[in-house]
Design a protein around this ligand. Structure first.
Ligand SMILES: [Ca+2]
Length: 295
């Protein structure tokens, strides 16, 4: 079975809804930006911490960003999600509440750190945040240095802001996922009624190799249009998914989605080859998250 087909179920037995999320989701400052995205040009001075200044992309306006240049998480932009172990996909970590060891901002980047520290009675602790605002269409990108080690499962992805309905009908946009047992292989996936890990048939998903993804910062982006998605790694477009034109079943993507950033531990994909406990603490470093709208 392809790893992308692994079942994962998220029983979200909170108050109102039962959301089943397949959630695939779960340093240094070198400038390894790579080719400029198709149809775009990059400009701007380098900031003191080495990250590119807000990029001016031809044909796009910067709509929203977090450069993570402050001293703590900007809670006007982000919500710290708190979850118990096994809430998603059999993942082992707890997502803690405002715990600096798991989520902090320092040195111009966001740190999400998965730890094997027994905090709160769970073997592993980690961090998960979601943006408090969402968007429909645009270019979403982040510059990320991924954690290494079997059992780590970082992700940069999007869920609908209005979660009425159930997964996968509501849709999910996985801009970047990585599992530690398959280092430097980046996965982009779209989930819908017609295409998801629980359903037979072709999947709306593609992988690409990004050399050094666990060693340095790289750019991960999606361009989201009413009729298609383009996925990029370091400016290289490696996957296009076209709106099949059959309504919500194949394209639940004409509504607002928000970001999720997290590092899962284990789980039915991330833990597929076991865990290397020497990998912890394991950090995902995010230099920035930016949203552009077409001019
Ligand atoms: Ca930054």
């Amino acid at each position: 079975m392809n790893k992308l087909l692994d079942p994962r179920i998220l029983p979200l037995t909170l108050t109102v809804i039962t959301l089943i999320s397949c959630v695939r989701p779960g340093g240094g400052n070198s400038r390894n930006v790579g080719p400029v995205p198709e149809g775009a040009s990059r400009s701007g001075d380098e900031s003191p911490n080495g990250s590119p200044a807000p990029a001016k992309l031809e044909g796009w306006n910067l709509e929203w960003s977090d450069e993570f240049d402050g001293r703590e998480l900007d809670e006007t932009k982000w919500q710290n999600e708190v979850w118990r172990p096994y809430a998603f996909n059999d993942e082992l970590q707890s997502y803690t509440d405002h715990r600096k060891e798991n989520i902090r901002v320092e040195g111009g980047h966001l740190v999400i750190e998965a730890r094997k520290d027994g905090f709160g009675g769970s073997d592993y602790s980690s961090g998960r945040i979601n943006s408090k605002v969402g968007w429909t269409y645009g270019r979403m990108e982040a510059r990320i240095k991924l954690p290494a080690g079997r059992g780590t499962w970082p992700a940069f992805w999007m869920l609908p802001t209005d979660l009425k309905g159930k997964w996968p009908d509501t849709g999910e946009i996985d801009i970047m996922e990585h599992v530690g047992h398959d280092p430097n292989v980046i996965v982009a996936t779209l989930h819908s009624t017609d295409s998801n890990f629980k359903k037979e048939g072709p999947k709306a998903s593609k992988t690409t190799k990004v050399a050094g993804a666990i060693d340095d910062y790289h750019d991960y982006a999606v361009e989201w249009y009413p009729d298609h998605f383009d996925f990029f790694a370091d400016g290289n477009k490696y996957y296009t998914f076209k709106n099949p034109g059959n309504g919500n079943n194949g394209w639940p993507f004409d509504k607002e989605f928000h970001f999720v950033l997290n590092v899962a531990v284990g789980g039915n994909w991330g833990g597929q080859k076991g865990l290397d406990n020497s990998a912890f603490p394991a950090q995902m470093l995010v230099d920035y998250v930016r949203v552009y709208k077409k001019k």
